[in-house]
Design a protein around this ligand. Structure first.
Ligand code: FAD
Length: 494
């Protein structure tokens, strides 16, 4: 049981508000817990679930976690980490292309990608990280159950023939690949991201159905491995959630690299012919490919939750700002609530759910300044509002831009491509959005997130000093450009 006074101290130490009166069922009652009873039973060991379990244990709770496949969830096993392992291989191949021009002579420009080795290496990376999560859970004295957790309305959970009970339940069951009902979509040649990451061959051609983050990243991987890639996207540009200027720039760069990108088209039917797929589009065009990747998005995973009468919103579990569902004492952080389907957002939601489950609803998730990145070459990243969203909300806004083309480190690294765009409010110079296409964008964007979370203005950032030579000087210059003071930009016309 969580001792009330020590829990309050822990909360204070963590900078959290100590609730004066905590709401009913979400608060741990004072009675002792039985052997199979827990303060929290977490269902799912992905980013939301394992963060929730460890945070709950840090706060002194008796915690159990149930995972049906492998700890680390989609992110470590079939998502973030496997794709980034492959993208590193793609980056190595890109680097080989610039080697000769930089004075490194290779005896041949020929290469082959050994997919057996590639998959095995990826698996070894995954194993290291998933083993780390198990180790952390153990070190934090979280009780681990392997198997599908069937959750009952009285907050008991059955795992095979074992039943445990939680005072609170955290449903962190994540998401699975979304499917579409199109003739031919069930062909074994149409793969999901789960399947393509275990494919032990490089296909000659690949049609990517859906030009979102997953489709574009995996499309780029196989394009770099030597596959002829065609992306089929319904919207008028790839990754439409990104700032328009940035996503059009990425589209231009990827097209130049050799990726065929078809936009504003829908897929009507897939026909398998002579071992190839014929993907019929609604503009009459037919894309012929050896394999296809279905990457149109993800939907919540609800297996094991059937008995719960939860309020839902378009197939996602509805939660409030405290990550609590319509049933008091049952929380649902991460992809399963569909708010922001990103691993680091799931981490935050998981932590917040655990704190609220143990101590009453005191902490909100605040996901407004969650950074998002696409690990293409060059990388793309964003935080806050796009230009269209900012103009819609604030009317006239200030825009600052700076290019990597004139940046010392970028030129020295043969990566002088892309730009940073800062969007700010006209009156107070409040930072509304930061968008980057360029080297290490996924790293640089975290500075923007800190700036926005800390409510620093453009003028505050202008007072900072950024090291030289670094990519982040471009970020700094983009902030200066909002004020018309960027040293490396041509003077702004008044
Ligand atoms: P999940 O990671 O899906 O974990 C849920 C877990 O619950 C799973 O392990 C599942 O087996 C288990 N489970 C489900 N039901 C039960 C049950 N009843 N009993 C027991 N266990 C159960 N995000 C990023 O931020 N950066 C990236 O670069 C990135 N790349 C991605 C690339 C791909 C190809 C994909 C598919 C996703 C990517 N994501 C990325 C998204 C990221 O993986 C998810 O946002 C994140 O994993 C969500 O975490 P979660 O804990 O909510 O769910």
């Amino acid at each position: 049981m969580v001792g009330e006074s020590s829990a309050a101290k822990e909360l204070e130490a963590a900078g959290l508000e100590v609730p004066k009166a905590t709401p009913g069922e979400a608060q741990a009652p004072k009675a002792e817990l039985g052997a199979d009873e827990y303060d929290i039973v977490v269902i799912g060991g992905g980013p939301a679930g394992y963060y929730a379990a460890i945070r709950g244990a840090q706060l002194g709770g008796k915690i159990a976690i149930v995972e049906k496949i492998e700890y680390g969830g989609t992110c470590l096993n079939r998502g973030c980490i496997p794709t980034k392992t492959y993208l590193k291989n793609a980056r190595i191949l890109d680097n080989l292309k610039v080697a000769a021009g930089r004075g490194i002579k290779l005896s041949s420009s020929e290469f082959t990608v050994d997919m057996d080795k590639t998959v095995d290496f990826k698996n070894s990376v995954v194993k290291t990280l998933t083993g780390g999560v198990r180790g952390l859970l153990k070190a934090n004295k979280v009780t681990v159950f392997d198997g599908l957790g069937q959750v009952h309305p009285d907050k008991s959970v059955t795992i095979a023939d074992k039943t445990i009970k939680g005072r609170n339940i955290i449903l962190a069951t994540g998401s699975k690949v979304s499917r579409i009902n199109i003739p031919g979509i069930d062909s074994p040649l149409v793969l999901t991201s789960d399947e393509i990451l275990d494919m032990r061959e490089v296909p000659k051609s690949l049609a990517v159905i859906g030009g979102g983050v997953v489709g574009v990243e995996l499309g780029l991987v196989f394009e770099s491995f030597g596959t002829e890639v065609t992306v089929i996207e319904m919207a008028d540009r790839i990754i439409p959630a990104m700032d328009k200027e940035i996503s059009l720039e990425l589209q231009k760069i990827l097209s130049k690299k050799g990726m065929k990108i078809l936009t504003s088209v829908g897929l009507e039917e897939i026909v398998e012919k002579d071992g190839q797929l014929n993907l019929k589009l609604n503009n009459g065009e037919v894309v012929v490919a050896e394999k296809a990747l279905l990457s149109i998005g993800r939907v919540p995973q609800l297996e094991g939750l059937e008995e719960l009468d939860l309020a839902m919103d378009r197939g996602r579990i509805k939660v409030n700002d405290f990550q609590e569902t319509s049933i008091p004492g049952i929380y649902a952080p991460g992809d399963v609530n569909g708010t922001k389907m990103l691993a680091h957002a799931a981490y935050r939601m998981g932590e917040v759910a655990a704190e609220n489950a143990l101590h009453g609803n005191t902490r909100k998730a605040h996901l407004e300044f969650t950074p998002a990145a696409v690990y293409t070459h060059p990388e793309v990243a964003m935080c806050g509002l796009t230009e269209d969203q900012a103009r819609e909300k604030y009317g006239d806004v200030l825009i600052g831009r700076a290019s990597f083309a004139g940046n010392g480190r970028s030129i020295a690294s043969s990566e002088a491509q892309g730009f940073v765009k800062v969007i700010a409010d006209k009156k107070y110079h409040e930072v509304l959005g930061v968008h980057i296409i360029g080297p290490s964008a996924a790293e640089l964007i975290n500075e923007a997130s800190t700036i926005m979370e800390s409510e620093l203005t453009v003028d505050d950032v202008a007072q900072s000093i950024h090291g030289h030579p670094t990519y982040s000087e471009v970020m700094y210059e983009a902030f200066l450009d909002v004020l018309g003071e960027a040293i490396h930009n041509p003077p702004k016309r008044k």
